[in-house]
Design a protein around this ligand. Structure first.
Ligand code: C2E
Ligand code: CA
Ligand code: CA
Ligand code: CA
Length: 279
């Protein structure tokens, strides 16, 4: 590589350079991934703790590239956000997740909700609520079959605008939940103004519940606060019966995690649902 006289490269360590090369490579590959049908959705069950029933699933995006292999959403979503590709990708996710839910319902497999992750970039589009309404209409599903998972960050950058968008989605009947709750810094005064029906307790608080008294105190406080605000709670990353027992005792509404099932392809979830309903 030639230096251009400004000595640009000297600011990069070889490690940083490798990272930016990888990011560029992914960015280029991302631009073609949709048309080449490299994305799929996996679905992870969400369970009502009181009844043990699967009430819904969360759609989680998977990207399989022929040369680069499977790439984690934790790696490619931020890149897709930076280069704008998250908009068409996010739209595909919404459409595909709702199409799948409707297909299951037509097979007689009942699931109350399909939860879809939302990027702040999507949420900030002025036309976003209309887009959601249009995709819902296409799917033939009622709005309350869709649950949008927003992180605290999405809501907090510009609380006024965020609340207006949330209110619009809520007025159509779409369900809203706050993802990774407890890791951001939403103030309680803002939180009570969000038309959100559920808080999703971040897995970093759930992981060590069995032996960390501080995490137990935090999770217990989140559940109590949600109850006081009339909101439901779902714990993510539940892996053990001990974690589940604590969550049940504290009155957490739902649980999601490897204890019940990993994110899985549609056909596998379908078999699980068919088994659960005994059909
Ligand atoms: P998230 O929304 O917090 O999703 C939970 C992550 O925890 C998922 O990782 C899931 O596979 C994993 N997980 C679930 N149960 C357990 C468990 O019991 N133990 C452990 N250790 N992990 C568990 P995944 O699928 O790799 O997704 C990572 C993140 O990528 C998601 O975090 C979400 O922020 C983002 N993401 C995934 N799909 C989409 C999408 O369609 N759109 C957007 N904007 N973001 C997405
Ligand atoms: Ca649900
Ligand atoms: Ca999520
Ligand atoms: Ca999380």
């Amino acid at each position: 590589a030639k230096l251009d006289g400004r000595n640009t490269y000297s600011f990069f360590t070889p490690e940083m350079r490798a990272q930016s090369v990888r990011a560029l490579q992914l960015e280029n590959a991302l631009r073609r991934a949709l048309e080449r049908e490299q994305f799929t959705l996996h679905y992870q069950p969400q369970i009502c703790i009181a009844t043990g029933q699967i009430t819904g699933v969360e759609a989680l995006l998977r990207w399989q590239h022929p040369e680069l292999g499977a790439i984690s959403p934790a790696e490619f979503i931020p890149i897709a956000e930076d280069c704008g590709q998250i908009l068409p990708i996010g739209e595909w996710v919404l459409r595909e997740a709702l199409r799948q839910l409707q297909a299951w319902r037509k097979m007689g497999l009942m699931l109350e909700t399909m939860a879809v992750n939302l990027s702040a970039v999507q949420f900030r589009q002025p036309q976003f609520p209309q887009l959601v309404t249009r995709i819902l209409q296409e799917s033939g599903l009622p709005a309350h079959a869709l649950e949008l998972e927003l992180t605290e960050g999405v809501a907090m950058d510009d609380p006024r605008a965020a609340i207006a968008t949330m209110d619009e989605l809520h007025s159509h009947g779409v369900l809203l939940s706050i993802d990774d709750f407890g890791t951001g810094y939403s103030s309680l005064s803002q939180l009570k103004r969000f038309p959100v029906y559920k808080l999703k307790i971040d897995q970093s608080f759930v992981r060590d519940l069995d032996d960390d008294a501080n995490d137990r105190a935090i999770v217990s406080a989140i559940i109590r606060m949600a109850q006081a605000l009339g909101m439901q709670t779902i714990a993510e990353g539940v892996e053990t019966s001990g974690q589940l027992a604590f969550l049940r005792e504290q009155g957490c509404t739902e649980a999601q995690g490897y204890y019940y099932g990993r994110p899985m392809p549609a056909t596998q979830l379908q078999a699980l649902l068919a088994g659960a309903t005994g059909s």
